[in-house]
Design a protein around this ligand. Structure first.
Ligand code: PDD
Length: 286
């Protein structure tokens, strides 16, 4: 049984409790982070904490009391649960004011709820899916306008994954005003020649921590990076495509809306970037 963390306590998962009045439960008034673990160490930890702080600020949410202890908490959970490869999920909500009310509770009285748990995923790095590639469909992006904040409002991304599943595919790319924003739970890229194209940062997409690292590694490896919007038609004509996220690292995409990219197998740029990302992240893991 997992040991999880709730507001200062390390507990067996069956004993961990959050109030039914918690605002993340009633209002999706919460933010989260997912940090991956390789070789029992944390990948891009500082980036995830910096983004968490930004999400909290953007929503006028108090930092949890244990904010400065997050590294210790992550490490303790990794140790207690013997995680070699997997993820750590962290969620902060605006807490429970003991009733349902649209108005934010007084932060002097109502403290944020902090929850963390581990997900063990042996084989996360040596994932056979990376050798096969993903098939994606495109769907309309009907999410709210602050996708740069990593909130727990994940109903539409879940629905998108279900639409993909129903279509015999692995995931969905979201399209707004004719241009791809991102994947349901990842950033989206196409490759044309030696050029990697991905949407520019704005409030329209999540500022992926993996994205930042991958673009840095790509430039260091003399690959060209262009941050701009692209359409599904352009993507279908690309040589390659891939996604990035903390749980998939760099994952090739081989089919978009039924159109195979290149020869329908993972491309060389995506495959190389995955290797570079895994190598460099392992070296920098803490
Ligand atoms: N998802 N875009 C969206 C909408 C996401 O939900 C995520 C991450 C990303 C990639 O961000 P990062 O590289 O920092 O993981 C982009 C996480 C993994 C999840 O919801 O499980």
């Amino acid at each position: 049984m997992r040991t999880v963390y709730v507001n200062g306590d390390y507990l067996p998962e069956t004993e961990a409790k959050v109030s039914i009045f918690d605002r993340s439960f009633l209002m999706a008034d919460g933010v989260y982070e997912v940090t991956s673990v390789l070789d029992g160490k944390l990948i891009d930890f500082d980036g995830h904490v910096a983004r968490l702080e930004r999400s909290l600020n953007e929503l006028d949410m108090e930092k949890p009391e244990a904010f400065d202890d997050l590294l210790d908490i992550h490490r303790k959970l990794v140790a207690l649960n013997n995680i070699e490869e997997g993820m750590i999920y962290l969620q902060v909500s605006r807490g429970s004011a003991g009733d349902r009310d649209f108005v934010f509770p007084d932060p002097e009285v109502t403290k944020p709820t902090l929850v963390l748990f581990t997900q063990s995923k042996p084989g996360l790095a040596d994932n056979p899916t990376a050798r096969k590639g993903l098939k994606v469909i495109s769907i309309e992006d009907i999410r709210w306008g602050r996708r740069d904040i990593k909130t727990v409002q994940l109903l539409y991304p879940s629905m998108g994954k279900m639409m993909a599943k129903k279509a015999g595919c692995d995931d969905a790319w979201l399209v707004e005003d004719g241009f791809v924003t991102e994947g349901t739970s990842n950033n989206a890229y196409i490759v044309k020649g030696n050029k990697i194209i991905t949407r520019q940062l704005s409030n329209d997409i999540l500022h992926g921590i993996t994205r930042a690292a991958v673009l840095r590694f790509a430039q260091e490896a003399q690959m060209e990076v262009e941050e701009r919007s692209f359409t599904i038609d352009e993507a279908k004509e690309a040589d390659e495509a891939f996604i990035t996220s903390a749980s998939t690292f760099v994952m090739p995409v081989v089919e978009i809306d039924g159109a195979a990219l290149g020869d329908g197998t993972p491309g060389s740029v995506s495959t190389r970037l995955r290797e570079i990302y895994l190598d460099e992240s392992r070296k920098a893991a803490i």
